[in-house]
Design a protein. Structure first.
Length: 132
């Protein structure tokens, strides 16, 4: 792992990964007593910590992207419980405030893939290779 990832330090990356792991474990075990979360497999794809480690933004994706808004609402409803659980397991001076956002990286990748598969783009890509 490199020493810097953009503006984020190794410490913020390490703590973010710790928080991601804890949240994933809590959701996988079904510790949150919420019907929506119980009925959906949810991936915590990344957690970005603020430089002072007081704020954590968790990017989430329900399995197959199904019922994303309902899952986000359930996570936000249970934020206080999740914050307490994370605070109890991560040894930090302050408990990080959690914020849940949808992970759009898969959607962006799918969109780019779809653009590359369009006939006019494929034709243009084919023309540049045949001229070389």
């Amino acid at each position: 792992m490199s020493e810097q990832h953009g503006e984020r330090s190794v410490r913020t990356l390490r703590v973010g990964e710790q928080v991601r792991h804890i949240l994933s474990e809590i959701l996988q075990r079904g510790d949150v007593h919420d019907e929506t979360l119980a009925n959906h497999m949810v991936s915590i794809t990344e957690v970005r910590m603020s430089p002072d480690l007081r704020h954590a933004t968790a990017f989430v994706k329900p399995l197959l992207g199904k019922d994303e808004e309902a899952v986000l609402k359930a996570l936000r409803t249970n934020t206080a419980y999740l914050q307490r659980e994370v605070a109890a397991r991560v040894k930090m001076k302050y408990a990080a405030r959690l914020k849940f956002l949808p992970d759009q990286s898969f959607d962006v990748g799918s969109h780019i893939d779809a653009l590359l598969r369009r006939p006019e783009v494929a034709r243009d890509l084919g023309e540049t290779t045949s001229e070389d």
